[in-house]
Design a protein around this ligand. Structure first.
Ligand code: SF4
Length: 136
């Protein structure tokens, strides 16, 4: 016998945060429905929201961090990737100064994540060079 359920969650495609119900058939996500009683969006979804489930099982989806070694991307652990980024950012900052670095963030992040990112760029890196894909 097939099992079917819906799981209440939030659309991940942009920062609006529309409420959605993911349709799950036998443990596999098969569709998206709008949350009719969502306080703000009241069941409205844009075309991206209606199709948000489609990337979940996409073969091209990145699931692990990649580093470029000898011109080729290879999988690595989060610890190694973060260590490598931190080392390179520190080297660039020491050699060329904090304003040689800029940070771009994403409309797919929450307001809180974007706030933390710009704070980190200003307080840790020491630059005001921060922007967001919604402005590009
Ligand atoms: S349904 Fe559209 S507007 Fe709503 S969060 Fe998703 S992408 Fe953004």
């Amino acid at each position: 016998m097939l099992s079917y359920e819906t799981i209440l969650t939030t659309c991940t495609y942009c920062g609006c945060g529309c409420g959605i119900l993911l349709e799950v058939l036998d443990g596999r996500i098969i569709g998206t429905l709008p949350q009719k009683d969502h306080t703000i969006t009241q069941g409205g979804l844009c075309i991206k929201g209606w199709n948000v489930h489609q990337f979940i099982y996409d073969q091209g989806r990145l699931k692990r961090p990649l580093v470029k070694r000898d011109g080729k991307f290879t999988e690595t652990t989060w610890e190694e990737a973060i260590e490598e980024v931190a080392t390179k950012l520190n080297r660039i900052k020491e050699e060329y100064g904090p304003d040689s670095i800029c940070g771009l963030t994403s409309a797919r992040c929450t307001n809180e994540e974007n706030y933390i990112f710009q704070k980190w760029m200003r307080a840790v890196i020491g630059t005001n060079n921060v922007d967001h894909c919604a402005r590009l």
